[in-house]
Design a protein around this ligand. Structure first.
Ligand code: OOG
Ligand code: MG
Length: 263
């Protein structure tokens, strides 16, 4: 396996996002590199963004459903960061001029009332620490050509994080069985995918526990007030100018976004 310069590849990915221009996957240039190196590139990229005045709004999981793993050809969950600058306002308007090839996917969103420090956390610990759960739509945007990557590439690229819309239909963490909460994804009024919470490795809260346990290994914790995305239960759909994507949840209300060509 190749050894790899974390700062150099973090700058490479930041430039791709800044230029709105897809770049060749890192593994296509240097071959396979380790997951530890991938998370180190992701950490360096986060530092670059925080250095520009951005702030952490939370954290996310990706590739926690069979639908996503099959779509992307990557069969392991991944962890990344949610930045304040990525959170959309209530209008749900997505300025496409700042994105490369965005796609939308539904998300189960947890807002934490208490810190969560792994390892050893369970789904019950997550529910205890959760203030509310709501429905969201994540707009992902791989910085790689053709939205194509290997596991270590997508980790380095902060798991394709780009924008997120958070719905207003919050419920308490035990007001519904999250495994049976249903989600219907519509594009321009047509149903394109359906799923239940259990699509997320059997339990959305269990996914958040995995994330906290992963961070615990690195001496980090999920913080009270943070927004946590448990991962998409369906595959992702392209967001073009004028396209309206709506995610309707059985207990969490609805949330929608619309692609807009210019700022
Ligand atoms: C990776 C990001 C995956 C999810 O919810 O599965 C993700 C990708 O599909 O580009 O955010
Ligand atoms: Mg996602």
């Amino acid at each position: 396996m190749t050894s790899i310069d974390h700062a150099e590849w973090a700058s490479y990915l930041l430039a791709a996002a800044d230029d709105c221009s897809a770049v060749t996957a890192i593994t296509k240039q240097v071959g396979e590199f380790s997951i530890d190196d991938a998370y180190a590139i992701q950490a360096a990229l986060l530092e670059l963004r925080l250095g520009r005045g951005d702030a952490l709004a939370g954290a996310k999981l990706g590739l926690t459903s069979a639908a996503k793993q099959e779509q992307m050809g990557v069969s392991e969950p991944v962890y990344g960061w949610v930045l304040e600058s990525s959170v959309l306002d209530d209008s749900g308007e997505v300025d496409l001029s700042g994105l490369i090839h965005p796609r939308c996917e539904p998300e189960f969103v947890f807002v934490l009332g208490d810190d969560l420090a792994g390892p050893g956390l369970t789904s019950g610990d997550v529910l205890d620490a959760t203030e509310s759960v709501t429905g969201g739509i994540e707009v992902i945007d791989s910085r790689y050509e053709a939205f194509s990557f290997k596991l270590s590439d997508v980790v380095a690229d902060n798991t394709s994080a780009a924008r997120v819309a958070i719905g207003s239909g919050a419920i308490g963490p035990r007001d519904a069985d999250l495994t049976t909460v249903g989600c219907v994804l519509e594009v321009d009024g047509e149903v394109v995918a359906t799923a239940a919470g259990a699509a997320l490795l059997g339990d959305p809260a269990g996914c958040v526990a995995m994330l906290a346990n992963h961070l615990g290994k690195h001496g980090q914790r999920l913080q009270a007030g943070w927004t946590i995305l448990a991962g998409a239960p369906t595959d992702a759909k392209p967001l073009a100018a004028g396209t309206r994507v709506c995610a309707r949840y059985s207990h969490l209300g609805s949330v929608s976004v619309r692609g807009r060509a210019h700022g």
